[in-house]
Design a protein around this ligand. Structure first.
Ligand SMILES: [Zn+2]
Length: 236
């Protein structure tokens, strides 16, 4: 008991099984622009494998295993959850598991976000077909997305998965809205990439008009505010 008292409280434990786990990973602040699908830039980008941790005791997955609600337990014990270890590229397993847990916790937004992160892991693992399938699932989950930022993100997911027809349709939908100059630049960039059947990765900063490439100039006169400002403040 004294041993437990000596070590207890300094390290978190898994909320489902009580095994010792490491503290949540603290992602470094991105210093360069994100991808068009909002995967953060470096140095955050390459820390993706650390974003989730897997419990050595029960195989639960979470950014912070210490706060997983009890409702996650039946998901972690389900056949679908267990089967992922056999059917999914290793790099994507934690994100696919986390997506199932979010679904079990009635969090469709978190479920889709985890699937997109699984696609990023597949990108890094050169598992292109798997990444395409995951992006198709994300695009489906985001079918009723609204708001310019969400639609632009969905547009990139459609393009990256090679779903040209839906991507072109979404370009039309966006162009029928009143877009600010920054969003209009992103749509124009995407439209050209879609026309070229380019499913590759591009930085948000590539899609911006020239002033955003010169931070010292743009900071004073052209830096967008709010959501876009946060994206581009440190863009390269
Ligand atoms: Zn556990």
């Amino acid at each position: 008991m004294s041993g437990a008292a000596r070590t207890g409280g300094t390290r978190p434990t898994c909320a489902l099984c009580g095994a010792r786990v490491r503290p949540p990973f603290r992602t470094p602040q991105p210093e360069i622009a994100p991808d068009l699908d909002m995967r953060p830039g470096e140095p955050a980008r390459s820390t993706l494998p650390n974003w989730l941790q897997t419990c050595a005791g029960c195989s639960a997955v979470a950014p912070d295993l210490g706060v997983l609600p009890a409702e996650a337990k039946p998901v972690v014990e389900s056949a679908e959850y267990r089967a992922l270890a056999e059917t999914v590229p290793a790099e994507a397993i934690p994100f696919r598991r986390w997506s199932l847990i979010r679904r079990g916790l009635q969090d469709p937004a978190g479920e889709a976000e985890a699937l997109l992160q699984a696609a990023w892991a597949c990108d890094d693992a050169q598992a292109g077909a798997e990444a395409d399938a995951l992006r198709a699932a994300v695009a489906q989950a985001w079918e009723s997305a609204s708001g310019t930022a969400a639609l632009l993100r969905r547009l990139d997911v459609l393009r990256r998965s090679g779903d040209w027809a839906r991507a072109e349709h979404l370009v039309q939908t966006l162009n029928e809205q009143s877009l600010d100059a920054t969003a209009a630049s992103v749509v124009a960039f995407q439209r050209a990439r879609i026309a070229a059947r380019d499913a590759g990765r591009h930085l948000m900063s590539s899609a911006l008009p020239p002033p955003a490439h010169a931070p010292h100039v743009s900071h004073r006169r052209h830096t967008p505010v709010g959501f876009w400002g946060r994206l581009f403040r440190k863009g390269t």
